[in-house]
Design a binder for this molecule. Structure first.
Ligand code: PLP
Length: 397
C-alpha cells in the first residue's frame, strides 16, 4: 500500500472553530497514555473539574467534560432534563437554536419557538411573553454566543426571566467560554455546555458541562429512563462523580483530557478576566481594519461577539474564491456563512490562542491584498494601518 503518515499543513485558523491550538496543549497531548482508572489519572480528573469550575465561574459539583464534541454536551443537557410530554421554550436566532429544537423533539417533548432575526440577540421580552403564554413550560433553552451570526445574547437577563417563571435553563456557551464572560452562578443557569475547540484553544472532541443542584434533582427524579445510555448522567457520574470510588463507564479519551487540562491551566495562568479583555482588544483592532476597508459588520456593536466577527461580503465578490486564495496563499482559514447566511457573510474568528495581534494583522493584510487583487470595491491599503492605530490607542504598541 502506498498510503503514508498524514502530515497536515500548518494553518492559521481564524474561522468559527476549531481555532489555533496552543503548542503547549499539543505537547501535553503527546505525553504517555495511562489507564483511565490509574490513580494519577484520577487525581488529574479532580484537577480538571476544579479548572472547569473556574472557567464556568461556578461552584457546581457536577462540572465535567463529556467525551465528545459540543453537540454531545448539548445532547447531554437535553436528554437528561427533558422527558416525553415536557414543554421547552427554545430561542432561535441562528443555526444552533434550530439544533436545540431537534433535540427537544427527539426527546418526545414539545418545543415552543421564540424566533429572532439572524444577526440579532435573543429578545428577553419575547421570551417573557412565551413563558406567560406557556406556564407549563419546564425549561428555557438559548444560545449565549450564536456562532452562525456572531451575536451574543444577554444570558443574565434571560436566566432571570426563566427563574421568574420557575423554569430551568439550558445555555449553550460553546463559543463564549473563555472568550466573553460566562458567569454560571451569577446568572443562576442550570445546565450549561461548551466545546474545547474554540476560546479554550484546545483540540476538538470534548464538551465541558456543568449542572446546578436544582438541575441534578430533576435528573435524579425522572419518571423515565434517559434515552441515551452513553449520556445518562446517572451512569456517567459513576466515573466522573466524586466520593473517591470510580468505576468504568466508557474508556475516557485520556490524551485529549490532558489537552483540556493544559488548556485550562493556560487559562488560569492568564487569568480569565485578562483572557476576556484580550479577546475584546483584538476584536477592536480587527474592527478598525475591517471598517477602514469599507466592509460592514452583520451584528450591532452592543450585541457583537469579539471572538466571532461576521462581516458582510461586498456585492459581486465571490465568497469561495476569496477564502480559497486566503488558504492557498496565506494558509489562513476564515469561515463561510451557514444556513441562510451562506455566501453572504464571512466569519472571522479570534478565539483563544488565535486571538492575537499577529493574527489580526495577518488576516487584515491578506484580506486587503486578496480583495484588492480581485478588483473588489474596498479601500485598499488602509486596514493594517487602522488596526495598528487601534492597538496604539489601547496602549499596546
Ligand atoms: C453555538 C454552538 N453550539 C453547538 C456547537 C456544536 O459543537 P460541535 O461542533 O463541537 O459538536 C457549535 C459548533 O460550532 C456551536 O458553535
Amino acid at each position: 500500500m502506498s498510503i503514508q503518515s498524514f502530515h497536515p499543513p500548518v494553518r492559521t485558523l481564524m474561522g468559527p472553530g476549531p481555532s489555533d491550538v496552543d503548542p503547549r496543549i499539543l505537547e501535553a497531548m503527546a505525553r504517555p497514555t495511562i489507564g483511565h482508572l490509574d490513580p494519577m489519572f484520577v487525581s488529574m480528573m479532580d484537577e480538571l473539574k476544579e479548572l472547569m469550575r473556574y472557567a464556568f465561574q461556578t461552584e457546581n459539583t457536577l462540572t465535567m467534560p463529556v467525551s465528545a464534541p459540543g453537540s454531545a454536551g448539548m445532547e447531554t443537557c437535553f436528554v437528561n432534563l427533558v422527558e416525553p410530554g415536557d414543554k421547552v421554550v427554545v430561542c432561535q436566532n441562528g443555526v444552533f437554536g434550530g439544533r436545540m429544537k431537534e433535540n427537544v423533539e427527539r426527546c418526545g417533548a414539545t418545543a415552543v419557538m421564540v424566533e429572532d432575526a439572524w444577526g440579532s440577540a435573543v429578545d428577553p421580552e419575547k421570551v417573557e411573553d412565551a413563558l406567560k403564554a406557556h406556564p407549563d413550560a419546564k425549561i428555557l433553552a438559548f444560545v449565549h454566543a450564536e456562532t452562525s451570526t456572531g451575536a451574543q445574547s444577554d444570558a443574565k437577563t434571560l436566566c432571570e426571566v426563566a427563574q421568574r417563571h420557575d423554569c430551568l435553563t439550558i445555555v449553550d456557551t460553546v463559543t463564549s467560554l473563555g472568550g466573553t464572560p460566562v458567569l454560571v452562578d451569577e446568572w443562576g443557569a442550570d445546565a450549561v455546555y461548551s466545546g474545547s475547540q474554540k476560546c479554550l484553544s484546545c483540540v476538538p472532541g470534548l464538551s465541558p458541562v456543568t449542572f446546578s443542584e436544582r438541575a441534578m434533582e430533576v435528573v435524579q427524579n425522572r419518571r423515565t429512563k434517559v434515552q441515551s445510555w452513553f449520556l445518562d448522567l446517572n451512569l456517567v457520574l459513576g466515573y466522573w462523580g466524586g466520593g473517591g470510588k470510580r468505576a468504568y463507564h466508557h474508556t475516557a479519551p485520556i490524551n485529549t483530557l490532558y489537552a483540556l487540562h493544559e488548556a485550562l491551566v493556560l487559562l488560569s495562568e492568564e487569568g480569565i478576566e485578562n483572557a476576556w479583555s484580550r479577546h475584546r482588544r483584538n476584536h477592536e483592532a480587527l474592527r478598525a481594519g475591517i471598517e477602514a476597508m469599507g466592509l460592514a459588520f452583520v451584528v450591532r456593536p452592543e450585541e457583537r461577539l469579539p471572538q466571532l466577527n461576521a462581516v458582510t461580503i461586498p456585492e459581486g465578490v465571490d465568497d469561495a474564491a476569496v477564502r480559497g486564495r486566503l488558504l492557498e496563499e496565506y494558509s489562513l482559514e476564515i469561515g463561510a456563512g451557514l444556513g441562510t447566511m451562506a455566501g453572504k457573510i464571512w466569519r472571522i474568528g479570534l478565539m483563544g490562542y488565535a486571538s492575537s495581534r499577529r493574527n489580526v494583522l495577518l488576516c487584515l493584510g491578506a484580506l486587503d491584498a486578496v480583495l484588492t487583487g480581485m478588483g473588489a470595491p474596498v479601500e485598499s491599503g488602509q486596514a493594517v494601518a487602522a488596526a495598528r492605530a487601534a492597538y496604539a490607542a489601547q496602549g499596546a504598541n
